[in-house]
Design a binder for this molecule. Structure first.
Ligand code: ADP
Ligand code: MG
Length: 329
């Protein structure tokens, strides 16, 4: 590696800055592999997600925020399964061995790892274009995991938080590159998503299906209805909007809500008999929950206006191999 530190000094720095007491970790960073206790009677839940500079985050994103977000998106996958997160492995590809970058990155990572009690137990460090890949391990009681394929006709469709905000931040950032453009927007909706870990756990035993919204509401709802073999009726006038969308015309706002990615909210289906739980979860967890439609027999997604007419959306969401990548490069 160029100036700064070598690979092993960087690994030691990462190890020192992420050290937490974690009794179930028999062997963490430092050997060829980690050795971990798996709680008796639990199932292991594993997820991995990669963030590439210029694709999953703008190239000028602060290292603190990259450290935060790489963990947040993986915890969001575990949340969508109703799992409790425990350990993560981190694969880092860095253009240079810059200790300041690593210090800021691990600080961002720990700002989320600590409150969730997640321990970094291993990984890999290489030289190359900036890319961060995380593998998250969690547990769930056997048979209690939330899946995409359990939705049934009659279930309510519910979403946490708001949708469309992260995509709007990204567009505002790109517009701000133009000379004479408005000032930089508040980036937190894009850089600091809140993984709905506690909500996912609360939903086990109640929700019939669940997915996290990473590629856009329509795209991810599409995955859920396809896996479940049913259709969704989406009441588009009920969609919760990020306040950042308030200045937009109705049609533009709707486009962000339906197709904007990177929100990392949970989208779940709930048998109607549990509808009365929604307010309780929302109050206890401090997360807005909005009923945005229902599941019915058939296939596909029907976007319905309040007047009963159907709305045909143009874009459905982000696909790495079909669309221009997001980000600055
Ligand atoms: P090996 O060559 O046997 O794969 P490495 O030299 O890549 O081992 O890694 C040494 C130790 O440091 C391993 O325990 C590995 O899990 C850990 N490690 C390497 N990179 C990271 C990282 N980015 N984050 C956390 N642990 C890491
Ligand atoms: Mg290695």
């Amino acid at each position: 590696m160029p100036e700064g530190r070598n690979e092993f000094q960087l690994i030691r720095q990462i190890q020192r800055s992420t050290l937490v007491a974690s009794p179930g970790v028999k062997l963490g960073i430092g050997d060829d592999a980690a050795v971990l206790d798996v709680p008796v009677g639990q199932h292991l839940v594993a997820a991995t997600d990669t963030l590439n500079a210029g694709v999953h985050f703008p190239a000028d994103t602060l290292p603190f925020d990259i450290g935060y977000k790489c963990l947040a998106v993986n915890l969001s996958d575990l949340a969508a399964m109703g799992a409790v997160p425990h350990r993560v492995l981190l694969s880092l590809s860095l253009p240079e061995a810059d200790p300041d970058w690593v210090q800021s990155f691990t600080a961002g990572f720990m700002s989320l790892a600590e409150p969730f009690g997640v321990a970094l137990v291993g990984g890999d460090t290489t030289s190359g274009p900036l890319s961060v890949s995380l593998t998250a391990l969690g547990t769930v009681e056997p048979g209690r995991q939330l899946q995409r394929n359990g939705a049934c006709a009659g279930d309510l469709l519910v979403v946490s938080g708001t949708v469309g905000g992260a995509a709007r931040v990204l567009d505002l950032l790109q517009a701000a590159i133009d000379p004479g453009a408005c000032s930089q927007p508040d980036r937190s909706l894009l850089d600091r998503p809140h993984p709905r870990v506690k909500l996912g756990q609360a939903l086990t035993g109640y929700a019939s299906a669940c997915i996290d919204i990473s590629d856009g509401l329509l795209a991810d709802l599409g995955h859920l209805v396809t896996a479940s073999g049913c259709a969704a009726r989406l009441a588009i006038d009920t969609l919760p909007a990020a306040s950042l969308l308030a200045d937009l015309k109705a049609e533009q706002k709707l486009a962000y809500q339906l197709a904007g990615g990177d929100d990392y909210e949970l989208l779940f289906t709930l048998p109607e008999q549990y509808a009365s739980q929604i307010n309780g979860w929302s109050g206890e967890l401090g997360v807005d929950l909005t009923i945005i439609g229902n599941i019915e027999d058939g296939d596909g997604i029907h976007c319905m206006r309040a007047d009963g007419t159907e709305y045909h959306a143009r874009a459905t969401g982000f696909d790495h191999f079909a669309a221009k990548p997001q980000g600055n490069t």
